[in-house]
Design a protein around this ligand. Structure first.
Ligand SMILES: [Zn+2]
Length: 103
């Protein structure tokens, strides 16, 4: 296998992975993006190692925490601050939301 071929396969693998991840998200991409922005807002209270903020957000959007929180946990989001760091790591590219950006 030559280098280009390897590169192509790698890119394809990544694309498939992202597609699978994308289709597993139990909410709209925009809502997920809003959730991340909400958890990263300036006046967010310190994380008390629960999903208090996440659940508050989901309820305000009429989303069902029972289906979404387990998905967040699958991606390392065991509390509000971990949703920002771990879930963001997985889905940052998909939602097109980056921590470095001021939004
Ligand atoms: Zn936390």
């Amino acid at each position: 296998m030559d280098k280009d071929q390897k590169k192509r396969l790698k890119a394809e693998f990544k694309r498939n992975e992202q597609e699978a991840l994308k289709s597993s998200i139990p909410m709209e991409i925009d809502e997920l993006k809003d959730l991340l922005s909400f958890l990263d807002r300036e006046d967010v209270p310190p994380c008390d190692h629960t999903h208090k903020e996440t659940i508050g957000f989901l309820k305000s959007r009429n989303l069902i925490p029972e289906t979404i929180v387990p998905w967040l946990q699958e991606h390392g989001g065991y509390c509000d601050c971990e949703v920002i760091f771990n879930v963001y790591n997985d889905v940052g590219d998909i939602v097109g939301w980056h921590l470095e950006e001021d939004e």
